[in-house]
Design a protein around this ligand. Structure first.
Ligand code: ARG
Length: 657
């Protein structure tokens, strides 16, 4: 049962005779945090009063007169200017929470009308090692897939691997010029990523060298503009000052960014210049950037040597990525990757040209939209297809194969413009009614507030990041174990197992718990704190219940099937029970805007309610047997809600920590 949905339904019935479009008012019925105002509150009398020009309190009375909630609520109260406060009846709550004891789904009903949803997530470019930036797409996408499935939707989890891009041109070039054959035989993946990094360094080196004058010029221009803007601020009138100053700040940031870019380019150049072997290679391969594009083009044109190398490289690259997925417990239904759509690119371009959606512009094929000045290019002047072309072909395939209601793309916010243009084109082309959403997310930052890098300035590889988390978790688990009042309980092996669960969980949860659209600072310490909104705290709450069961020698199956029931006598028990009954509301909230942090917030709230309950209500030493059994049942449902909630986030639990 979803209490909020039920209350909204009752309000809908009450409001229908009063207003034309009552649907819009239902969002104003919400759970309340402060129990003094009841359990739920409806604020819809306020806007209605305003619209009708009569006191909201009168409107509230009118609504309450029609509202039929006696079976679940205490007599409804109107407070202040017209708040409608609802307090659930204790007997009703007791009945509901007791149903959870026997309900596998913990009060979460499946949807009546399931959607087919394709989720495009993780989607790394396979020839490069995965890095910290891939965590977000991977874990947010996985959590959404799990939650949608749990609610009964048909989900197709699609890993749109970048297995066809320039990075393959890089390793093909690298293989042809720099391969260490022995290493390639014995340690293919590492040799391939070495080749990738080497060629990438050379390409970036030459690009940096070639771009430096332009960058210096840009900085000079920006400095000049900034000076002028400073004058404008100084001379501005009081009214104008604010506007001019914010313009000044914007320009300052732009200048800083340009300086950062220059510093980055210089660093790249220095790194090569200071390494004699690299410097020699750079001098020997001045045309590496074009050559890489050439290899990529040959691969795409079906050149047999390139193609054969690609077929040789791909399995190794994928195996490397699969290792990470295994560690993170990530699964997909399909992993076609960009290469799968290769043969469709030409026909897509032809079709769009034929139906007038695309046209030639400066020898490139472009789709123009209304919102942006720059078009979406789908075939370059040199004949090459682009990322966008593949994405169009992919939409066509997905629509034809699964007839989805919704396509979700869990991708970095920097690709926002790409997706807006893509969706616009796809809608005008062949899927006007398809819901397409870019589920975008912010950046993972280091302590310095900049994108997370190692000390030497390299992107942090995902694998070493996970290793770091597990190592840190082992410290936390060991310290915690040693500090136990009765002495340490865990053997070495068990500690390691727990550390693996806790470490991986910490990384995932920290990511999911942040509002996906904001950036967040990566910190092992924060994500493994035993208090606060962390996976560790949640897993600890779960383990605490299991430890109560162990200490009390409770047969949990027996307890559930016994005639014992949950009684709600203490306010902390009631508060916890209500929290447990709101699981289904939390999942609905996640799906409103595809935000898994709605679920982590909910779980954190439940864990806090449990902690208060545990402090105030003795469980094993309860005053009598009925209360003891009732509290044990509450503990059990709490652990199950937390366990299920974490599972929906792709996070495991352990029985002891
Ligand atoms: N491979 C791309 C990248 O690493 C992400 C792909 C996202 N999915 C898509 N259908 N465009 O940036």
């Amino acid at each position: 049962m979803n209490i909020l949905a039920e209350l909204r339904q009752r309000f809908l019935e009450a409001l229908e005779p009063l207003v034309d479009d009552p649907g819009r008012l239902l969002e104003m019925i919400l759970p309340v945090q402060d129990p003094r105002f009841g359990d739920y509150q409806a604020n819809c009398a306020m806007p209605l009063g305003k619209e009708r020009g009569c006191p909201p309190r009168d409107v509230a009375s009118e609504i309450v007169e029609r509202l039929k909630v006696e079976d679940l609520c205490e007599p409804v109260e109107i407070a202040g200017p017209g708040f409608i406060n609802l307090r659930l009846r204790d007997d009703w709550l007791i009945e509901q929470v007791n149903q959870l004891v026997h309900d596998q789904r913990l009060g979460v009903d499946g949807v009546d009308d399931p959607d087919t949803v394709v989720i495009d997530y993780s989607s790394p470019n396979v020839a490069k090692p995965m890095h910290v930036g891939h965590i977000r797409s991977t874990v947010i996408g996985d959590a959404l897939a799990r939650i949608l499935r749990f609610l009964g939707h048909q989900v197709i989890a699609d890993n749109h691997l970048g297995d066809w891009g320039t990075q393959f041109g890089m390793i093909i070039y690298g293989y042809k010029h720099f391969v260490d054959s022995d290493r390639f035989e014995s340690d293919t993946v590492n040799e391939l990523s070495r080749l990738y990094r080497l060629v990438n360094d050379l390409v970036e080196y030459h690009q940096a060298v070639a771009g430096i004058d332009r960058q210096l010029e840009e900085i000079r221009e920006r400095e000049e503009k900034l000076e002028q803007q400073q004058l404008r601020v100084d001379e501005a009138s009081q009214d104008e000052k604010k506007k001019q100053s914010s313009q000044l700040r914007r320009q300052q940031t732009q200048l800083e960014d340009a300086r950062d870019r220059l510093a980055g380019a210089r660093k790249k150049i220095d790194a090569v210049d200071e390494d004699q072997a690299l410097a020699t290679l750079a001098a020997e391969h001045p045309g590496v950037a074009e050559a890489v594009l050439g290899e990529t083009a040959r691969l795409h044109e079906g050149d047999s040597e390139c193609r054969q190398l690609w077929e040789q490289f791909l399995p190794a690259c994928r195996a490397e990525i699969d290792k990470i997925y295994q560690r993170l417990d990530i699964q997909f239904d399909v992993e076609h990757g960009e290469s799968f759509y290769h043969s469709q690119l030409e026909p897509v371009v032809e079709e769009l040209l034929a139906n007038g959606l695309a046209r030639m512009s400066e020898q490139a094929v472009c789709v123009f939209g209304e919102k942006y000045d720059t078009p979406m290019i789908i075939r370059k002047k040199d004949g090459a297809f682009l990322y966008a072309t593949t994405d169009l072909a992919t939409i066509q395939y997905r629509v034809a194969t699964w007839q989805p209601d919704t396509l979700l793309y869990v991708v970095d916010h920097r690709q926002g413009e790409h997706f807006e243009k893509l969706f616009d084109a796809a809608r005008r082309w062949n899927c006007p009614d398809l819901e397409m959403r870019h589920v975008s997310f912010g950046t993972v930052l280091g302590d310095d507030g900049r994108p997370f890098k190692t000390r030497s300035g390299e992107v942090v590889g995902l694998e070493s990041l996970l290793d770091g988390a597990v190592a840190r978790a082992l410290e936390v688990v060991s310290e915690n174990d040693q500090a136990k009042p009765g002495g340490a309980e865990l053997g070495e092996q068990e500690r390691e197992h727990i550390a693996s669960v806790v470490g991986h969980a910490a990384i995932k949860y920290a990511d999911l718990a942040h509002n996906r659209t904001s950036d967040y600072v990566f910190s092992y310490d924060k994500m493994m704190a035993l208090e606060g909104n962390t996976a560790t705290y949640m897993q600890y709450s779960y383990a605490r219940v299991q430890s109560i069961f162990r200490r009390g020698e409770v047969d949990v199956d027996g307890l559930r099937s016994s005639f014992a029931g949950i009684l709600l006598q203490h306010p902390a028990e009631r508060h916890l029970a209500l929290g447990l009954l709101q699981f289904s509301e939390a999942l609905d909230q996640v799906l409103e805007d595809y935000r898994p942090n709605q679920l982590t917030n909910y779980l954190f709230d439940v864990a806090k309610r449990f902690s208060t309950f545990f402090q105030e209500c003795p469980v094993l030493r309860a005053e009598d047997e009925a209360v003891r059994l009732s509290r044990l049942l509450l503990c059990d449902v709490t652990a199950r809600v937390i366990g299920q909630g974490l599972e929906l986030l792709g996070i495991g639990v352990v029985d002891r920590m």
